[in-house]
Design a protein around this ligand. Sequence first.
Ligand code: ATP
Ligand code: MG
Length: 457
Amino acid sequence: MTVGRSLSSRLVLSWVATLTIVFFTLPATVYLPLAALRIGDIAEIGLESWTTRRARILVIDALRADASGTRRIELTRGLLVHMQRNPEFRFAVFEPKDGGLLPGSSTELASHFAPSTKVESFGSMFHLADDPNSDARGYDRIAETPIGRMRIIVYGAYFHWDDVLQQLYNHLKLINFIAFIPLCAAVAAVACFVVRRCLAPLRAAAAEVAVVDVNSLDRQIASMDLPTEVLPFVEAVNDAFDRVRDGVERHRRFTANAAHELRTPVAILKARVDRLNDKPLKHDIERDVRRIQTIVDQLLILARLGGANKKSDREIDLGHTVLAITADYMPIAIDNRRTIEFEPPPARVAARVDGWVVESVVANLVENAVRAEPEDGTVVVRVLPGAVIEVADHGDGVAPEDRERIFEAFWRKNDASRGAGLGLAIVRELLDELHGSIEVRTTEGGGATFVVRLPSA
Ligand SMILES: Nc1ncnc2c1ncn2[C@@H]1O[C@H](COP(=O)(O)OP(=O)(O)OP(=O)(O)O)[C@@H](O)[C@H]1O
Ligand SMILES: [Mg+2]
């Protein structure tokens, strides 16, 4: 998951960006409109508190102490400019310990305060009762200054728009940044959690898609719990499934029809060959016809595979079924100077599968085994408990690197082989659908042993 593409990281980034803007412009974005509209307490403490605060900072900047320790207020440029803009502006600074008034203070303002009055360090806003201007506000508080703790009283300044900038500047303090970090961490955690929660249905949908194959294209991804933003994508996938399914179905029907159509001419050809008199030619043509017949039959099974349901609710006696198929192949094997031995299971073995499926699987394996078996050899067919069938021959075996490839359609070890290379592909496909399995091992003493596991009853 690259950070740039991760939804969580994008969300976190955008939230943090929004938070940063809101957090550091809070005084302007929240207080200003409220104060301007004179809504609630903000009107009292908002704009005026900025103004008095600005005034207090100017006064603190103007505090001086000389070498002998005498303290006074110097008329700094900042203070002067402020006084010019606010003709009613006055200030007074007391020593909090002995209540001494610092030179430079407004004695008129100071006269309103008993020097010994206890003032909370967080201060208080006031209005002088005898002031005819009812909007005038002042602030009285104890502050840490470069010359020590001082009680600073300011009064009579009015709000100016640049107080907002001053307030924003004051807001950009280290402590605010530090407070901001846990906030960002919380936002990141919430964003990750929310994204994970929202995308859980998408993961479930992906798991559904992951198991779709050519035989389960009729599936549709459930879109109920999905976020609406990904719905178009899921609907497009579902539509694609529909189209692919239609295409696969068309191909399947085509193969089935073609194979079916081929059966009749092949049967007629066989009947004609039967009437031929030239023995060697007849033998050759008969072999060719058999080969064509097998290919057509295999194609037909392959085409039917996807459509038919191979799971059966009946159970069959696997020993009986396999014995019957093996018996059918005995004459062919004997003709080819090989034999087939059947080893029955110790007790009845039941499998929940259609008879024709077992027939197709065993017939293909036995046919291959008889072909691989050396002359005068014996192919062994076993049924074992747990619905397992083994077909063992003593031929050349299957090289380890071919053990997967032999199950691919049209794969043959060499072109001299009489088959089309479809038999094992069909077997694998059948077993896959039944959730069974097939594997090749080496027969003791050499050769191939195919082990088939069917769903047992
Ligand atoms: N018992 C075996 N021993 C050695 N090789 C085998 C055995 N069974 C199959 N193979 C190899 O696997 C290839 C594929 O087998 P598969 O049954 O799919 O096709 P085929 O027998 O050639 O043709 P078809 O079964 O379509 O008539 C064979 O051509 C052969 O090379
Ligand atoms: Mg075969």
